[in-house]
Each structure stands twice: as structure tokens, then as C-alpha cells.
Ligand binder design. Structure first.
Ligand code: NAI
Length: 360
């Protein structure tokens, strides 16, 4: 199902209290969009928008933007709707200690990522839970709204204790501008699976392909300058993906030379992908045996066999809990350091220094 603006109305939100827990990338853009939507709809009485935030720079930004800022527990007590928009690794402890216990029965909690709902990290009782997940960084959620173009979005109802959760979720999606470009119905489960699979299987394969291509071509005599430009600095890959979205994943090949079209098609169709399939299967098996089974057998979603706790989630959480609760930052430093030892990274550093480009 794809939901369009005609499928929703703003009136379910009329005079409600909507709390944004957090005021970061997503929350700020969504809150500003929601306020602007009601400002341009004078026939509907607007909801009261509150922000809950710890004392940091985001707190100050919320005040500077003209919002009332409150505590998480105080805000939750008054809220009909809570947008839970703090980082995913922070959300469970915050929700389970301060927000959840203070919510009224029938309140709606909205997440922008399925992860914590799918892995049942939020203690949910007699409330509604929905997902409104922009497929877009926060800055884009705001700029596209202002341009009137909309942004891609996933929506779902994950718990419907009131019986009106879908109506409310669509109303909120309409309010933040998430229906303008059409919102795709997609469960928290499928969103989590696709996201984690992309992050742990697809993009690593692409990173490794570029890294190994760099070393291979370097051995064959290509210069750092030429390689960096050829492979990504020209932004050619970005243009290719742009055309994939506009014209179709394969149809965009027609923009390439005949030599390129023949090379890409004949090689990709003829490649031995056994190793890649094994890698993908390993990633999938590690966390989502039921997803992989469905992929292989086409038997449909098997909710009874839903995986409630994955190995990756545990690994991530265990690392984060090390060193007093921000272990993931330290781990990321180590990983960035390891990634910076490749020939590609060293070559790019030299080129960017020589070219006077600021970021490496
Ligand atoms: P963010 O990283 O911008 O969040 C910052 C906010 O979280 C600030 O308000 C900060 O005060 C608060 N915060 C941080 N640590 C905290 C703590 N320990 N205790 C209390 N508050 C804390 O978050 P972002 O990126 O907007 O993500 C929010 C949700 O949106 C997540 O579920 C994420 O997966 C989802 N999402 C994010 C996208 C993005 O482009 N960043 C895209 C689509 C979904």
C-alpha cells in the first residue's frame, strides 16, 4: 500500500498534545514541519507541540526555535502522542524508565526506525505504537518539505490498542510532510531487516569492492590522482545511482557507452556469485534466520518464528555498555583507524592534501 495525502486528515490531531522526545536530526525537522503544516491549515485547531530534551545544545535550539521544552517524564504525562527521536541505542533506557511508565493508556508512541520495536527493546503495554520513518536525513526532511516536494517515508502500525492507530499514524505522517511523495506501508520488522542487511551486507560489499579495486589498479600502475577521481571524486557513482532511481536500476545503463554497457551486463551476468551469496547468507543467518528462509522459500512472513533477540543487536549493545556506557564511540574510533590503513585511504589522503581539499 502507498498512502497519499488524500488518505489522511489532520483533524485527529486537533488540540492533541504531541511530545517530541529529542530534538536532533529527525525531531527538529519533523517538529518544524508539523508546526508549519498547522500554521497553513487554519480550519483545524493545532496540536500543542512540546519538546523533551536533556540539557544540551539541542535543548537550546528547541527554545530558539520557539518551542516549549519540558522533561521526559513530565511531557509523557501530558502527551497523546510521543515521537521517540533520540539515538536508537539511547531510546530503550530512556523510554522504559521515564517515558513509558508515565504515558496514559491509549497514547501513541511513534518511532522513526523499527529496530527497538522489532527487537522488543521497548516495554510496551496498553498503548499504540506506530512507525513513521523518513528514508531521508533530517536536513532533507525539512528542505524537501519547504520546497513542497516531500520525501520517501515508511509507515506502519505496530500496536493498536485504541483501534485508531492507523488513522493517527497517517495523520502524523501527513502533518510532517511524509505523505506528499507517497508513504510506503512497511513493518518495523521489514524496515529493520532491510536496513541492517544493507548496512552489514550490501554496503560492506561495495566498500570492499572499491578498496580492492584501488589496490589492484594501483599495482597495475594507475596514479592515486587518477584512481581517486575515476572511482568517486568525480561523483560518477552518485550520478549512476541517481539515474537508477529515475530510469530504473538496469535501464540507466543506456546512458553509458556501448563498450560500458556490454562490459557491465556480460560480466555481471557471467560472474560467479557463490562467495557473495555465501556471505549474504552468513549475514542473514547470523540474525534473521526467518528472513532468509522467507527469501529462499517464498513462504511469506512467518510471524510465529520472529527472531526476538539477534546476535548483532547483542554484540552492539555489549560493546556500547563497555566503559561506562559509551563503548561504541571508542569502538568506532578503532574501526575508523583500521579502515584508514588501506591503500585506498592512504592514496586519498595524499590526493586530498595535494588538492587542498579539507575533508579526508
Ligand atoms: P540524533 O542523533 O540527531 O539525536 C540527538 C537527540 O538525542 C538530541 O535531542 C539529544 O539531546 C538526544 N540525546 C542524545 N543522547 C541522549 C541521551 N543519552 N539521553 C537523552 N537524550 C539524548 O538522532 P537522529 O539521527 O535524529 O535519530 C532519531 C531517530 O530517527 C532514530 O530512531 C533514527 O534511527 C531515526 N532516523 C534517523 C535518520 C537520520 O537521518 N539521522 C533517518 C531516518 C530515521
Amino acid at each position: 500500500t502507498i498512502y497519499r495525502p488524500n488518505d489522511a486528515s489532520l483533524s485527529p490531531l486537533s488540540s492533541k498534545t504531541i511530545l517530541f522526545a529529542g530534538y536532533g536530526n529527525q525531531a527538529r525537522s519533523q517538529a518544524l514541519n508539523l508546526r508549519d503544516t498547522f500554521a497553513s491549515s487554519p480550519d483545524v485547531s493545532p496540536p500543542r507541540i512540546l519538546i523533551a530534551n536533556r540539557a544540551d545544545s539541542y535543548h537550546e535550539t528547541a527554545i530558539a526555535d520557539g518551542f516549549s521544552v519540558t522533561g521526559f517524564a513530565e511531557g509523557a504525562k501530558e502527551a497523546d502522542v510521543v515521537f521517540l527521536l533520540v539515538p536508537d541505542q539511547v531510546a530503550p533506557a530512556l523510554y522504559n524508565s521515564e517515558i513509558g511508565p508515565n504515558l496514559r493508556a491509549g497514547a501513541l508512541v511513534v518511532v522513526a526506525s523499527g529496530f527497538n520495536v522489532f527487537y522488543k527493546r521497548l516495554e510496551i503495554q496498553d498503548i499504540d505504537v506506530g512507525m513513521v520513518a523518513p528514508r531521508m536525513i533530517g536536513a532533507g526532511v525539512r528542505s524537501r518539505f519547504l520546497e513542497g516536494g516531500g520525501f520517501p517515508c515508511f509507515v506502519s502500525v505496530e500496536n493498536n490498542s485504541s483501534g485508531r492507530a492507523l488513522e493517527m499514524v497517517l495523520s502524523l505522517a501527513l502533518g510532517i510532510g511524509g505523505l506528499t511523495a507517497g508513504a510506503v506501508e512497511c513493518s518495523a520488522r521489514d524496515e529493520t531487516l532491510m536496513d541492517l542487511f544493507a548496512e552489514q551486507a550490501i554496503w560492506p560489499s561495495i566498500i570492499v569492492a572499491f578498496r580492492e579495486a584501488y589496490s589492484t589498479l594501483k599495482k597495475l600502475g594507475c596514479s592515486d590522482e587518477a584512481l581517486v577521481h575515476e572511482l568517486w571524486l568525480s561523483k560518477e557513482p552518485a550520478e549512476v545511482f541517481d539515474k537508477c532511481a529515475e530510469d530504473g536500476f538496469t535501464s540507466q545503463l543506456k546512458y553509458h557507452s556501448t563498450v560500458s554497457q556490454y562490459g557491465q551486463l556480460s560480466t555481471s551476468l557471467g560472474m560467479d556469485v557463490t562467495k557473495l551469496q555465501e556471505f549474504f547468507k552468513k549475514v542473514a543467518d547470523r540474525q534473521w534466520a526467518d528472513f532468509w528462509r522467507r527469501w529462499l522459500t517464498g513462504t511469506g512472513i512467518n510471524l510465529e518464528k520472529r527472531i526476538l533477540g539477534g546476535e548483532f543487536t547483542k554484540e552492539f549493545t555489549d560493546i556500547d555498555n563497555e566503559g561506562g556506557g559509551n563503548g561504541i564511540e571508542k569502538k568506532l574510533e578503532e574501526l575508523y583507524a583500521a579502515a584508514s590503513t588501506s591503500e585506498l585511504a592512504a592514496g586519498e589522503k595524499r590526493v586530498r592534501e595535494r588538492m587542498g581539499l579539507d575533508k579526508v
